[in-house]
Every structure is written in C-alpha cells, then in structure tokens.
Design a protein around this ligand. Structure first.
Ligand code: GLA
Length: 376
C-alpha cells in the first residue's frame, strides 16, 4: 500500500511499551473514535513490540500472540479495531529477534506476512534489531515487501531501520510506505528537537508513496510511560507537533489517548496544522532564514492552492526576536507583493505583512502561518 499522504494513527510503544493487552487496545480504539481522532485522520491503531509469545509455535513455526495479553487471539482484536472504522497495525523485525527479544521475521518473512494478513493487518512496522551480520539491510526490506505484496492483503510497510545503511537512497525502491530515519525519541525537548534537525536536509526523498518517519510523537505524554525522560511543557509539545506537521512526517500519536488532555487533543486535531501536514502536493519544506547555529530558523513549504506554510522556530534556550525577510522566499521588495498571514495555531487573521516579518518568540516556541501572496 503506497500512501498518498503521511500516515496518521496511534502506536502503543511510547506510553505502553510491553504493557499491552486486548483490553487496552479496545479502549484505545474506543477513545480514538469518541474523542474525534479518527475523524481528524488518525486511522491506524498500531500494536508495537511485545505482543507475542517468546517462542514460535513448535508445530506451525508461526509467531503466536501472548496468551495472557491477547487471550482471544489477534484476529479478535483486529476485528474490534475494524468495527470502529480504524485500521489495524502489527509489528515485527527484520532480524532474528525483535528489539525487545521476541521472535523476529528473519527467514520467516512469507509465513509471517501471511499470518499478519490472516489477522487482518493493514500496516506492519518492521524493525531492524538482531539482523545477522551477513544479511543485507535493503534486501531484507525488499523481502518483507514482497511477502506483504503476496499476502493477499493490502498492508502498508512501515520500515524502521533508524536511518542506517543510507536508507534515504534506497528505501522508496523497496515498496515501503514510510521509513524511520532516526533513533528512538524520548519524552523531552532536546530529543524531538535533534531528531527534527537531523532530517531537515533529508526531506527531499519524502513524499507521495513513501514518507520520512521521524518517530512517534511524544506530544501530551507529560513524562508518563515507556519513553518518559523529563517530559515537555505544553509550549514545547506545541512546537513538536508543528515541526512534525511542517516536515510532512507521519503523525503517530504516542500518548495515552484514553486520558489525553484537552490541550493536547485540540493541538493534534488542529485543522490548519493537519492541512499543512496532509497537503496533497507533498512538497518538502526548505530553510529560508537561519540564525543561532540552526536553532532559530524560518522554514517555508509550498502547499496546494497557492498557499505557503511558514514555520518560525526558536529552538534555543533564550527568548528572542526572529526576522524573516521575504526576499529569501523569492519575494523581492521590487515585486510589490506582501504575505497575507493566518496564524495556524489559532486560525486568527494575522494581517498583511510586506518586506519582512519580525516577531518575538519565547525559548522553545515557534510560530506557524498559512500565507498567500497578495498585492500591497
Ligand atoms: C526499536 C524501535 C522503537 C520500538 C522498539 C520496540 O527501538 O525503534 O520504535 O519499536 O524497537 O522494541
């Protein structure tokens, strides 16, 4: 399955880690619908690592769901998820074991793809731990892609090799619909900031059919769960979400959606930010202005319908004023044009600005605009 827009959903890893089970998946499915997340576009419910028994079935060689966590089996869980109008995602690994030491799919790719198809999976996250030294990474992703294609079900391949082996050069050719390009996120500002900055120059190979995945969001986690690491303020989470939207990255929620707070819910369903993220043109953002060793930057992204998304970041630790001369966007003063700005966080009309925009930004804050070129 080749996605036309960055995939959106929820993944169990960031909050729940190994503490996953039938009941919490069903509750999550209910919450995704009741809280309007599905309606906003979050359609995949993905079960990450730690869902299976430690050993394959001795007779069939199949991976089997953990009998205590999923006593009714995985098809029952998948059926429930589907009954809510959501899509169902599973997890495996290109190596002999998964990262948390459960059976991996190495040399079992076709059997496992068939098993996932039998479960009714629509998505497979495919990790990279415990890969035999001699095995060629790109070949393992080609193999699982072939296995999924011949499984009889349309299953989106979500590759997860953390940016190894120059993944940007070849991953699109394997048939993956998204690919993790970085190491694991943890719930603090520096983690998401550095992940974002590491991929700014790699977004050119992200787009229609295959999207650069900069990891599941920590937005709204508030230092609870599996990747807790100091947590973030609401202002920082707002910045994280804006960065992911502007990068055109897959939006996989990592917080507990059953207890999601109102501020987070409003943020992750913000129609302006989602419009930027999901824009059909899939053009990559580019840097139009840079200060303070790349920590205070202005990025722009051309959208459909002659709109431009603008992101002004202060990822440094002090408050500042940030300057954005329109000349660097391709709008010289001589053109006699200005930008009509809409604040993407609030939807408020921010007026028509000409020549430059110069705004105060608190430490770790950002501003996001939808802009149209107008006569001035
Ligand atoms: C790796 C991945 C994570 C998560 C864990 C599960 O570290 O990068 O996203 O899937 O494995 O063990």
């Amino acid at each position: 399955m080749y996605p036309k827009k960055p995939p959106m959903g929820f993944n169990t890893w960031n909050t729940f880690g190994e503490n996953i089970n039938d009941e919490m998946i069903r509750q999550t499915a209910d919450a995704m619908v009741e809280k309007g997340l599905l309606a906003a576009g979050y359609e995949y419910l993905v079960i990450d690592d730690c869902w299976s028994e430690r050993k394959r079935d001795a007779v069939t060689d199949k991976i089997v769901p953990d009998k205590n966590k999923f006593p009714k089996g995985m098809k029952a869980v998948s059926d429930y998820v589907h009954s809510k109008g959501l899509k169902f995602g599973m997890y495996s690994c290109a190596g002999v074991r998964t990262c948390a030491d459960y059976p991996g799919s190495y040399d079992h790719e076709f059997l496992d793809a068939k098993t996932f198809a039998e479960y009714g999976a629509d998505f497979l996250k495919y990790d990279f731990c415990y890969k035999p030294e001699h095995a060629h990474g790109p070949l393992l992703y080609r193999r699982i892609s072939m296995a999924l294609q011949s499984s009889g079900r349309d299953i989106l391949l979500s590759a997860c090799n953390w940016g190894c082996d120059d993944v940007h050069d070849w991953i699109r050719s394997t048939g993956a619909g998204m690919f993790r390009s970085t190491g694991d996120i943890s719930d603090n500002f520096v983690s998401f900031r550095d992940i974002f900055l590491s991929q700014v120059d790699n977004l050119k190979c992200s787009g229609y059919g295959c999207f650069n995945d900069i990891d599941m969001l920590t937005v709204g986690m508030h230092n609870r769960g599996n990747v807790a690491a100091a947590g973030c303020s609401d202002l920082e989470y707002r910045t994280e979400f804006a960065l992911w939207c502007m990068a055109g990255a897959p939006l996989m929620l990592g917080c507990d959606v059953c207890s999601i707070d109102d501020t987070t819910l409003k943020l992750v369903t913000n129609p302006y930010l989602l419009r930027i993220n999901q824009d059909a043109a899939c053009r990559q953002m580019f840097t139009v202005h840079s200060e303070c060793d790349n920590l205070r930057n202005v990025y722009a992204r051309l959208l459909s319908e002659n709109e431009i998304a603008i992101l002004m970041t202060n990822l440094a630790d002090d408050d500042c004023r940030l300057w954005f001369p329109f000349d660097e966007l391709g709008l010289p003063v001589s053109a006699g044009k200005g930008l009509h700005l809409t604040d993407a966080f609030t939807g408020a009309d921010a007026g028509v600005v000409k020549e430059y925009h110069y705004i105060p930004l608190k430490a770790h804050d950002c501003a996001v605009y939808l802009a149209k070129v107008v006569e001035v």
